[in-house]
Design a protein around this ligand. Structure first.
Ligand code: GRG
Length: 294
């Protein structure tokens, strides 16, 4: 399959859906709506919404009814980036190739834009989905809340902050990443599997794929932070080293970190073994991580 074409088509679908779902920028409070659009509509790979759609496809489900849910994933992810870039956290000036939200607007507006995106995500996630039993959707939304919050991404962000200037063991580092980055990625894949009508075995296999994908994604993110180009990435490289943060590269070195990422990609591909060619986009997506430049 032509993965680049698939990704481009899906990215455009997601961006059109975001455009249709977001409040228009002219609607008050205009500054808040402008800040939301600055961060949400300013680039990004749209990986998490694409994973929702690709997981649904893999289990033979429909994708267009899932677009609002897929957009909810992107809203949560973008809120986390806005808040992560704030002076109180990573204090970054560049995101998705543009000034970060608090630089383009101001800190208070950036905090509110993040808050608004997080809550708007749940407005989208609970929209009835054609063909999906509301009881199943309820379990998916509850899982999303857990994966985005204390038990997942927010909890992981706290662990990450507490780990600064500390020497972590590899299992400790993995635990941070499973929560901070992996939980939302796995949630996107599981949501697609469940809302797409996956069988219990199919959903379990995709959960295993999602866990391996999340780790492979984070390891390649650490490698990019170490060796990547800020201009290509659209965000500042070298942050981990600057902040004295443990990373796969600081613990293992770049070469072994690459080996570890390749091993996670193999694990993800093995989890997909029972699936037909309907899972080819998922296969392509995880293989692509090894060649990431942004
Ligand atoms: C502030 C609650 C809160 C959480 C922040 C996601 C996160 C937790 C922080 C972002 C910092 C970071 C660089 C994490 C590593 C992995 C990651 C999420 C990278 C960015 O995701 P991409 O590459 O970005 O999918 P795009 O811009 O393509 O959407």
């Amino acid at each position: 399959m032509d993965l680049s074409r698939y990704l481009e088509e899906r990215r455009l679908l997601v961006e059109q859906a975001l455009e249709d779902l977001l409040p228009p920028v002219q609607r008050p409070p205009q500054r808040l709506n402008a800040a939301i659009r600055h961060s949400l509509m300013g680039g990004g790979k749209r990986l998490r919404p694409i994973l929702v759609l690709a997981a649904a496809e893999a289990v033979g489900g429909q994708t267009s009814p899932l677009l609002p849910f897929a957009c909810a994933m992107e809203c949560i992810h973008t809120y986390s980036l806005i808040h992560d870039d704030l002076p109180a956290m990573d204090d970054d000036d560049l995101r998705r190739g543009r000034p970060t939200c608090h630089k383009a607007f101001d800190e208070a507006t950036a905090i509110l834009a993040g808050d608004a995106l997080l809550t708007f995500a749940f407005e989208l996630a609970v929209r009835p989905v054609a063909g999906v039993d509301p009881a199943i959707q309820m379990t998916v939304v509850a899982q999303l809340a857990s994966d985005a919050g204390i038990h997942g991404m927010v909890g992981g962000q706290m662990m990450d902050m507490e780990a600064e200037n500390r020497l972590l063991s590899l299992p400790e580092l993995q635990n941070v990443h499973i929560h901070k980055t992996g939980a939302l990625i796995r949630s996107a894949i599981l949501a697609g599997a469940r809302l797409g009508g996956g069988s219990p075995e199919g959903t379990r296999a995709l959960k295993r794929y999602g866990e391996a994908f999340g780790l492979a994604f984070q390891i390649t993110d650490d490698i990019l932070d170490e060796v990547g180009d800020s201009l290509v990435m659209g965000k500042t490289a070298g942050n981990d080293r600057k902040r004295n943060k443990a990373s796969y590269c600081s613990l293992l070195g770049v070469a072994q970190a690459r080996e570890e990422a390749a091993s996670m990609v193999r694990e993800a591909l093995e989890a997909l073994a029972p699936f037909s060619s309907a899972a080819d986009p998922l296969r392509g997506l995880v293989r692509m991580l090894l060649d990431r430049t942004h």
